[in-house]
Write a protein of this length. Structure first.
Lengths: 248, 241
């Protein structure tokens, strides 16, 4: 309850600062006042197409995250259990990590043109290195004593991966989700803006073309709110799932 | 009984000319022993006498520098010093992890763990976790049960309690037990045979058959006198004249 109060206080403070800044600048082309934006947002929320656009962005975010977790886990276990392979692949991971979003953008426009695949691919490539490196570090920090138990009892490899590796990596995956979800939202919105055909990023682009700045801000506010809500929802779910494993 | 290498061995465990050193430090020196099926052998020795190393070599977790260990069965279970349970799996799943066909409820009942199958390790006390460690070992219906100071971290009543339960299981199934400890009480309680180890480099200096001790009055001796006798032997082994 206390933390919710502090959170709402923070939101109020944000709107207050925004309001003061808008008053000082006195130009709605650069910074419209919060009440203008909230008014447009209320209108947008009454339009079913806004919900469709939001859903189109949300599913892309979740698809990118799911792909990152699945492949990050699969490849990360492989790399974590083979130091030689990890040393070989590390330069490639660093290259992927260093490639700027605009370069991926050019690539996907040439490959697929405008569409949903570009934003998902760009978010995937931006987040994969974090998932990979986190998983590798999780595998390296795995409790060797549990692996010895598996060896003594001759537990099949597939079961060891399922019961020991995946279980031990869950906290690391929590960390990946924690770090990635905010970034996934940002990358998907930018990619939709530049090479998408649907979603909140496209709506922001269309508002910009119309010089409808309060609408740009309203869509941004909607995206930020959805980002925060999904982040908090996922975090709470993860915390609840992890709680029963913690020592009493 | 066929060993790991296919050779016939008469006993459950046969050790010949066993040597092991760690970075030049000789830990185990020329050990020989044979453990018959169904025996309860306790290796008693000071810290650093290579007891854990020996058990790890039997279980295939370490290899000897020279010599041979022949294990006459594939059904080996290991009760580690610490429970080593999978924290994110329930008690039931920890048992099923080592044997998917284990009769979980029966094994738990035999070790006074009824009703705890769906608990997670963190929800159990240290003594109960160690019981689950033992239950997991029994879940594979072992022919050879290895125990590495399995109960040393528990207080005496809990320890005696678990050992009584273990002996009950042994009475039913007669698996072979090879255990190490530095605790005289535990050794006397559990063993049919005690192997006394010297200090580093450890050697087996005495092989005492508890149930056939020369002097025949051994079993009638009060437990304290038995302990005193064993302690004297242990001190002599650790600090030879």
């Amino acid at each position: 309850m206390k933390s919710l109060g502090r959170f709402l206080g923070g939101v109020l403070l944000f709107f207050l600062i925004w309001h003061l800044a808008a008053m000082l600048l006195q130009t709605s082309i650069i910074l419209p006042a919060p009440y203008q934006v909230l008014k447009v947002l209320a209108e947008l929320l009454r339009d079913p197409l806004t919900g469709v656009a939001a859903l189109q962005t949300v599913w892309k975010v979740f698809l990118a995250l799911a792909l990152v977790l699945a492949l990050g886990l699969f490849l990360g276990i492989g790399l974590g259990t083979s130091p030689a392979l990890y040393e070989m692949m590390r330069p490639l991971i660093m290259v992927i990590q260093a490639v700027p979003v605009v370069s991926w953008l050019s690539l996907v426009i040439f490959a697929w043109g405008i569409g949903w695949r570009g934003p998902v691919f760009i978010a995937f490539m931006s987040l994969l290195p974090i998932a990979l490196l986190t998983t590798v570090s999780g595998v390296k920090n795995l409790d060797r004593k549990l692996l010895e138990v598996a060896r003594v009892y001759r537990v099949p490899r597939r079961q060891v991966i399922k019961d020991i590796y995946l279980g031990a990596l869950v906290p690391f995956m929590f960390a990946v989700v924690d770090v990635s979800i905010g970034q996934a939202w940002k990358v998907i919105l930018v990619a939709e803006y530049l090479c998408g055909n649907s979603g909140l990023g496209v709506e922001i682009l269309s508002a910009r073309f119309d010089f409808d700045i309060p609408r740009v801000y309203a869509f941004t506010l909607l995206a930020v709110t959805l980002g925060i809500l999904t982040e908090r929802g996922i975090k709470r779910w993860l915390e609840r799932t992890a709680k029963k494993w913690q020592p009493a | 009984m066929a060993g790991k290498d296919g050779k016939e061995v008469a006993a459950c465990l046969k050790v010949t000319h066993l040597n092991k050193a760690f970075t030049g430090l000789e830990v185990i020196k020329d050990w020989h022993m044979q453990v018959e099926n169904g025996a309860r052998v306790v290796l008693l020795g000071p810290s650093g006498a290579g007891k854990t190393t020996f058990l790890r070599m039997i279980a295939g977790l370490d290899s000897p520098d020279s010599g041979e260990i022949q294990v006459g069965t594939d059904k080996v279970a290991f009760v580690f010093q610490e429970p080593r349970l999978i924290p994110w799996r329930s008690v039931r799943d920890n048992l099923l992890f080592v044997n998917p066909r284990a009769e979980v409820e029966t094994i738990l009942a035999q070790l006074r763990l009824e009703g705890f199958a769906d608990y997670y390790p963190a929800q159990l006390s240290g003594g109960m976790q160690q019981r689950v460690n033992l239950a997991r070992a029994l879940a594979v219906e072992p022919d050879l049960l290895i125990m590495d100071e399995a109960f040393s971290s528990l207080d005496l009543p809990v320890r005696m309690n678990i050992m009584e339960d273990l002996l009950q299981q042994w009475e039913r199934k007669h698996f072979t037990i090879v255990s190490v400890t530095h605790d005289l009480k535990e050794a006397l309680f559990l063993a049919t045979r005690i192997l006394l180890l010297s200090g580093r480099p450890a050697q087996i200096v005495e092989d005492i058959a508890i149930d056939q001790h020369p002097g025949s009055d051994w079993t009638d001796l009060p437990r304290l006198q038995q302990e005193a006798w064993l302690l004297k032997k242990l001190l002599a082994a650790d600090h030879p004249e």
